[in-house]
Design a protein around this ligand. Structure first.
Ligand code: ADP
Ligand code: ZN
Ligand code: ZN
Length: 665
């Protein structure tokens, strides 16, 4: 700790202030009696405002002649460890995000202001579970990982659904805790998988800090401080937990590493999975990426020998892999998208008192309301998007903005009847309640299970056996464990086979494998019925009837041939403006700056209008940058962004830099 007095020369602090300007700002320490420490929060005057920043350096001189005094230093000991300070500097460069905004984003909202919290006494759980006897594959996995304790190593724990990855995590965590260290576990969306948290609580009689955006602000601040002070040996959270400082991390786990939710899609567009690898290096700590469906990025890292590959090939315990059946829906009469065969199989399961899951990735009743006579259909006035009919409120809703309107009684332009086309969760629910009036049906989508409590209620009903048929979107695809579920029906996946997005097929593979993994998890064999108009499609067969590795190798080779990520680096610049064309003009200017910098190795595609050009009343455009080496791309971008900051247009346009974009719209 550096103690400052007016007699020493070190009296200048560099503060990361939450502003869009991409640098730190120098201040004088408030007065002689204040101790300044690197990693503490400081209140500083900034223009007419007072902002709360983080001290990143203490030094004795500044190029600026007239410095202002900081107003107050809020912490007597640092909030951030030296490793985290390094991580933030790295991330700020890598993601081209202003460092002060990044610090601000990493602190729980409650601590962003001049506030302190008193930590309550921590109470331990009462753990009731004991470790399971491991199978050979699990033993090998644990042996290989534990030899790398106390240093950095990255592992891809590639285990089929139900292979006992969580058991592997838990037994490793136990060792880490016994060494007096902390374990950090990142999971996709904690609300969706309350069972994961429960399993940890049942196993470990120690405080667990739970970090995600849906706990109250105060509670989150408390858990953050418990993690940061080392009071909580286990820290479990969503991507934002990756930014929590820990005094003594011994193991970092990213469960379901392929999951999209690890990438933040707004403001600081970081990938928690990628950032955590850097963090492991800085903290000398092993990192495990676990999944049944590895991302191609991780697959690439295995092939490049950057990650060690550990496989769990069999389901643990009694469960066996489900039986898979593809139903050709061409020329067949479907009832709200469901085939007779699927309906018949549902009936059989219900007779046996077993549970059924119908997976469809679209909420609402019908995606298109249209007139067959004149072709009228309702699109959103603020977005380039169709409005989706919802039965619950009898309204048409846009899923991209909050707009809604009543379904017109008749076609507004020719007064004939309006038809509802396509299927969503609500339509399936209606159809199944007609076919199976005695069955209890539960629907899980953003509308019915948008809050933690609502979702928990439904899941409790499923687990207690109250629910016979469960209809759900991708919210249900991952993580859940329903012992009595024996049939999964998958409908309406075909559009993924034709998508323009080069990642669509990879995601289809993940989704189908994850959904199939929900069935037959205990002693009853599970069955998956997949309806499609493309029953012969080779990709479907690779996903469903071969091991996932051959599917990965195939799409990996395709990416290589097309020179797409992970074989090159991409950055997407997005801009949006109220006025049409302005966003494109801004990106054109950016492109000119980039090309003037003389970077031949960087290719620019665009600017072009975004696939959905108009959204929430804004006109959106994008510019894709691509290079075979990341270094060239990063350098060119640094140079260009520096220049852009001085341009007037750059303050009028809403624009963002997305490094390693996962979604190109
Ligand atoms: P994954 O995380 O790979 O999907 P889980 O850890 O959830 O798998 O394990 C799936 C099921 O198998 C769970 O019910 C778990 O208790 C059980 N299980 C895991 N390991 C073993 C084992 N070694 N022996 C018996 N059952 C096991
Ligand atoms: Zn009409
Ligand atoms: Zn809209």
């Amino acid at each position: 700790m550096t103690i400052i007095s007016p007699h020493t020369t070190k009296h200048i602090i560099k503060v990361a202030v939450p502003t869009p300007v991409r640098r730190t700002f120098d201040y004088l320490v408030p007065d002689s009696s204040t101790r300044a420490v690197v990693g503490a929060r400081a209140l500083v005057p900034f223009g007419k405002r007072t902002l709360c920043g983080v001290i990143v350096q203490i030094c004795d001189s500044s190029p600026i002649a007239k410095l202002k005094h900081a107003l107050e230093i809020l912490d007597s000991s640092p909030l951030y460890t030296p490793q985290m300070l390094k991580l933030f500097t790295w991330a700020s460069n890598y993601y081209h995000y202003p460092i002060g905004m990044m610090y601000a984003a990493s602190i729980p909202p409650y601590l962003r202001k001049k506030q302190n919290v008193d930590l309550p006494e921590t109470n331990n759980n009462t753990a009731t579970d004991t470790p399971l006897k491991l199978n050979d594959e699990q033993k090998t996995a644990i042996n290989r990982i534990q030899t790398h304790f106390n240093k950095f190593a990255a592992f891809l724990l590639d285990g089929v659904t139900g292979s006992g990855k969580t058991e592997v995590y838990m037994q490793l965590i136990e060792q880490v805790i016994n060494q007096g260290k902390q374990a950090l576990i990142l999971v996709p969306e904690i609300n969706l998988t309350p069972q994961t948290l429960q399993r940890f609580k049942d196993r470990f009689a120690v405080p667990i800090a739970v970090l995600h955006s849906q706990v109250s602000e105060k509670q989150r601040a408390i858990h953050w401080l418990q993690a940061k002070n080392g009071v909580a040996p286990i820290v479990l959270g969503t991507r934002l937990a990756a930014l929590t400082p820990l005094p003594n991390p011994g193991l970092i786990i990213v469960d379901e590493e392929h999951d999209l939710s690890f990438k933040q899609q707004e403001r600081f567009r970081y990938s928690a999975r990628d950032l955590i690898i850097k963090r492991g290096q800085l903290e000398d700590c092993p990192v495990i990426l676990g999944t049944a469906t590895p991302s191609l990025e991780s697959w690439h890292n295995v092939k490049q020998n950057r990650y060690q590959h550990i496989c769990l090939t069999k389901r643990a315990g009694k469960a066996v892999a489900p039986e898979i059946e593809i139903i050709d829906t061409r020329h067949k009469k479907l009832d709200s998208g469901l085939s007779n065969h699927l309906l018949h199989q549902i009936e059989l399961r219900l007779k046996n008192n077993e549970q059924v899951l119908i997976f469809i990735n679209r909420r609402g009743y019908a995606p298109v309301a249209m007139c067959f006579n004149c072709g009228w259909h309702q699109s959103c006035k603020r977005c380039d998007s169709n409005m989706i009919y919802h039965t619950s409120c009898m309204q048409l809703r846009c899923h991209h903005c909050a707009s809604q309107m009543p379904l017109p009684q008749q076609c507004p332009s020719c007064n004939t009847e309006i038809n509802l086309l396509g299927i969503g969760t609500q339509r399936i629910e209606e159809c199944l309640s007609k076919h199976f009036p005695k069955a209890t049906i539960a629907r899980v989508d953003k509308d019915s299970a948008g809050t933690k409590a609502k979702l928990q209620n439904i899941l409790d009903d499923v687990n207690s056996g109250k629910v016979d048929i469960l209809i759900g979107t991708q919210m249900l695809a991952k993580g859940h464990h329903f012992p009595n579920l024996t049939l999964v029906g998958v409908v309406d996946i075909d559009q993924a086979l034709y998508s323009a997005d080069f990642r669509a097929v990879e995601r289809l593979g993940q989704q189908l494998t994850q959904v199939a993994g929900r069935t037959g998890r205990e002693d009853k064999k599970g069955q998956v019925i997949l309806q499609t108009t493309q029953p012969e499609h080779p990709i479907l067969h690779l996903i469903l009837f071969h091991d996932y590795h051959s599917f990965l190798d195939k799409i990996y080779a395709e990416r290589h041939a097309a020179q797409l990520p992970p074989f090159n680096a991409q950055v997407l610049l997005r801009a949006e403006t109220k006025k049409p064309q302005e966003a494109q003009n801004f990106l054109q200017m950016t492109k000119d700056t980039l090309t003037k910098g003389g970077m031949q190795s960087v290719s620019c595609f665009g600017p072009i209008p975004a696939p959905m050009e108009k959204r929430q009343g804004f006109y959106r455009a994008q510019l894709l940058l691509q290079a075979s080496t990341r270094k060239d791309l990063q350098q060119a971008l640094h140079h260009a962004l520096h220049k852009l900051e001085g341009e007037k247009l750059s303050t009028k346009v809403r624009w963002t830099v997305d490094v390693d974009p996962l979604e190109l719209y």
